[in-house]
Design a protein around this ligand. Sequence first.
Ligand code: ADP
Ligand code: MG
Length: 734
Amino acid sequence: MNLSSPIEKEFRVDKRHKAAFVRLGLTTLRDLLYYFPARYHHISNIKKIAHARAGKEVILYGRVVSAKMSKAYRKKIPLAEAIIEDGTGSIKAVWFHQAYIAKRMKKGDMVKLAGKVTEGSSGLYLANPEFEHAKELPMDIGTLFGKDTQETLSYPVYPESRGITSRWLYHAMQRILGSGVMEELRDPLPKEILKKYRLPTLRTALVWVHAPRKESDALAARKRFAFEEIFFIQLERQRVRHAYRQNPTFVIDVEKKEIDSFLKRFPFKPTGAQESAITSIVSDLKKDTPMTRLLEGDVGSGKTLVAAATTYATIMTRPLKRPETLGRSSQGDDSAQRQDFGNLQVAYMAPTEILANQHFESFIEYFEHLSINIGLLTGSGCKKFPSKVNPGKATKISRTQLLKWVENGEIPILIGTHALIQKTVRFKYLAYVIIDEQHRFGIKQRMELVQKDGKVPHLLSMTATPIPRTLALTIYGDLDLTLLDEMPAGRKEIITEIVPVKKREEVYEKVRKKLKNGQQAYVICPRIEEPDPDKASALRVKSVKAEAERLKEKVFPKYEIDVLHGKMKPKEKEDVMGEFANRKTDILVATSVVEVGVNVPNATTIVIEGAERFGLAQLHQLRGRVLRSTHQAYCFLFANTKTKQSLGRLKALTTAKDGFKLSELDLELRGAGQLTGEKQWGISDLGMEAIKNIKMVEAARIEAIAMMEKDPGLKGHPAIKERLSGTKADIHLE
Ligand code: ADP
Ligand code: MG
């Protein structure tokens, strides 16, 4: 047995096991060891049914007396209902919205239920308990929990997957822990750090996580692994930062008064926050170290203006004549060295074609007076401004032509989607890269963009995604942070209402009034199409397609309605957005694709269906779509939930105006299992636990920064180096 041997070599496994391992990404014994319990059950919680008391968490074993599917609450909620008995008594268990559970148990089956005892009108019952088939009753604790671990006070419950049970995992772990393979483990965390933060060593932590003798051991182990995860993310980010900033870059130097005169052309005055963001960026651009900065600003805070002003600074700077004087050695340059033609280039990357188009249109407006070329590059086509035949307009051109002009430097501003980072796109003097909503682009993609021509451009990432500070410090650990924490003046605050179903018609009446005044509205639905009819009963969730039809027929027959969702082709989306922007359509029924940055100032109302299905921060992003004008904007939330908790969560939206506060709240309110860190940020549920803890995040960050400063090559930390190599941050920029 060794840590890298395949699981199937050491354990008897069948096809179903194998499929489950693939699904869970488990190959070796080492992987298995790092598959942690979701929870622990305390043996003292195992009760005879007769001893179950209301309000207590219990684990019950018994035989199924009966099991059936049923419906409750005016036959609206499907459920499974079972009675189990264990010789001392019997108790009912109910699973709301999970009627299928009834099919998984037969009369006489031995089952284990774990959950909270609730007092109902007809006696005690368990609501939505965890359920599994049990092979034996726990009378003989020795056989159930392994002979050596009789002292164990709590035992782990692993996340199960079809084909693999918590019990199987438990026994497998015990065998690995008891074998010699543990000797192979090398702790990647330095001893000093373990000592400083009182964290258990790797071996101890693995034992404590899989077979804790007391709850505090399990907690200490989890804390260690959480710290470890955040520490390694921080190290990765610090390494990227360090590597990036080693490279030479262009020095961009434009007088403040030039930028001021550019800003004067706008019909409004920049906010104080915009001014100071521009100032910090401009002072970064002057340096010979490449900027890596994050501009974080709530929706509507005016990030585009910051992007435009700093783009202006870049394209007004002439490239230096001799390439060898670029970058580091260029500090003492004087204007005599400057070339008379050509501009430094800016690449502005948007997450969607809709947005790329929108930025293209805005930038034409902002830069029209300079008679410079602006290019648009997306998966579905390319454009150039100005058109030769019609200088006031943009024209479609071939990709090949556009790329040629970009390469020979004739296009100083190139706007586009991720098509911008393909290897085929070569710039002459790429000096500044702006990435809108960068969390959709991984670090690796970002690096591909900057590697292209040996030198690296200054980098500005912009995001409106309100995320908690601890998360920002972690996932954006390689960037300097600038906040746009001030809204442009004159904006009315958006009115947000949670609407009870019976007031639906009143809401529609309000929307009609807005439409009558020539304003537009969004209706957001959680799904694109009706789920297939079999599952429909369980999921009463509005879909874009069906809702659009219903609104057209029954609610707003006089108005033009269109749909927008992620499954449409980019061209289709662009057309739909174009028509909406030009007021050809009055109502846009959409999924959350409109979440990111879409700007139609005339849209002043947003109706969100199934609001309970969205995170607070996401809802805040969505309502940001109607924060774009000086009209009073409304956000109406319909929720398919009556639970106090979900409604309370939504209520936060009606009072909090700040996306960052909402994201903190989201983090606080999310229970285990609802954390979507893995999918969104590449952070495990365990790591997300750490994200809730500012002290731990700061400690991990401080240690990572200190280590990178002292030993950037990680020569003194081979175990850490080994662990980092092969991760996505292992990119050499030199
Ligand atoms: P976001 O930060 O969400 O990207 P935008 O840059 O799209 O915001 O700006 C939102 C709207 O606010 C745009 O219509 C923009 O023209 C306008 N705007 C930006 N800055 C100001 C300002 N200082 N005063 C008034 N309006 C502004
Ligand atoms: Mg934007």
